[in-house]
Write a protein that binds this ligand. Structure first.
Ligand SMILES: Nc1ncnc2c1ncn2[C@@H]1O[C@H](COP(=O)(O)OP(=O)(O)OP(=O)(O)O)[C@@H](O)[C@H]1O
Length: 319
């Protein structure tokens, strides 16, 4: 059974549909990464799943019901949307105790979740003085308070240092291993590659792809299928490979101008190796360019990026 079911979810602000007929599911015992460029509609989707924003159309079901249909939602789903929402004058412990009280959760849980997120030592400090990373941990403690089977987290690694990110990864993996469903939005693609089992990629409010991380990396490898070759006779190499049916383009020049890189598509490494050997040419390099999660993501979302900087990462990273 899927624990989070998003079905045809649609939301417009003014004339702009920020979430547009979106459907996907999240299964138990897994971490699902929710990816998309800035403004793609991730936060709006998560807010609709948590009953904070009303959809124009479609449904978001948590364990088969909408958020508001659960009598004690915090026991079903824990959420971290905005790390800074706790009252700044309350201590971490007072904040969690208040949260437990108002949701009829045993206050004995407070110490457990403080320990789980590593905040025991600062439990009596006012949260107004917390760093963003500490606030993220406190937000996560609040999400875990009701021991829910489902977690919905918006950019939980935001503000964490590398050690904090590694800690968060370990904790989320552990929570999934305990059988929980974890839906986590992030911009940190390399991090997602290490953390998530599945990804849901959206752009302009629409689903682009839901697949496993392993599948995501093959998106790029199979689509591009590029091989980098370098040799001391680039002119002859280009002519030979073009004649053999390949498309050959220039790579970004490297340190050796006498053997510039060529990017070859349409022939496998084996084909290139045989053709080059048959012609008696020398090669310095023959490298298949494998897809990374980031390459695949950029390829998938390229046309749905709304806010573009002046540097185009895919081109900048060529070679
Ligand atoms: N309350 C609102 N009123 C008007 N427009 C809104 C509102 N909330 C979100 N939007 C717009 O909806 C679009 C999607 O925003 P959303 O925050 O869901 O995207 P996102 O994928 O989470 O982006 P980011 O990665 O930058 O956080 C954006 O263009 C945003 O400006």
């Amino acid at each position: 059974m899927s624990t989070i079911e998003i079905d045809d979810l649609t939301k417009a602000y003014g004339k702009k549909r920020v979430v547009d007929g979106l459907s996907f599911t999240v299964r138990p015992g897994s971490v699902t990464g929710f990816l998309g460029p800035n403004g793609a509609g991730k936060s709006t989707t998560l807010r609709m799943a948590l009953g904070l924003t009303r959809p124009d159309r479609g449904t978001a079901r948590i364990q088969g019901r909408s958020y508001h249909e659960h009598a004690e939602p915090l026991r079903v789903v824990g959420a971290l949307l905005d790390a800074r929402w706790a009252h700044p004058k309350r201590s971490a412990r007072a904040h969690l105790t208040w949260l437990a009280h108002s949701n009829r959760i045993d206050t004995g849980r407070v110490d457990e979740v403080l320990a789980r997120v590593g905040l025991t030592e600062v439990a009596e400090q006012r949260v107004g003085g917390f760093s963003l990373g500490m606030s993220q941990r406190l937000g996560l403690a609040g999400a875990l308070l009701g021991d829910p089977g489902i977690l919905i987290l918006d950019e939980p690694a935001n503000g964490l240092d590398p050690e904090g990110i590694a800690w968060m990864r370990g904790l989320l993996r552990q929570l999934a291993a305990e059988g929980r469903s974890v839906l986590v939005s992030s911009h940190l693609l390399a991090e997602m590659a290490q953390l998530a089992d599945e990804v849901v990629v959206i752009g302009r409010g629409r689903l682009i792809k839901q697949c496993s991380i392993a599948e995501l990396t093959t998106v790029d490898a199979s689509a591009a299928g590029e091989v980098l070759v370098r040799g001391p006779e680039p002119g002859r190499l280009r002519e030979l490979l073009t004649h053999a049916g390949a498309t050959v383009t220039d790579g970004v020049p490297g340190p050796d101008p006498s053997a510039p890189p060529l990017l070859v598509t349409g022939l496998s490494c084996e084909d290139i190796g045989r053709a080059v050997a048959g012609a008696g040419l020398v090669l310095f390099e023959l490298t298949p360019r494998r897809g990374t999660v980031e390459d695949a993501y950029l390829q998938l979302t390229g046309s749905s990026v709304e806010y573009r900087g002046s540097v185009r990462p895919a081109e900048e990273r060529a070679v």
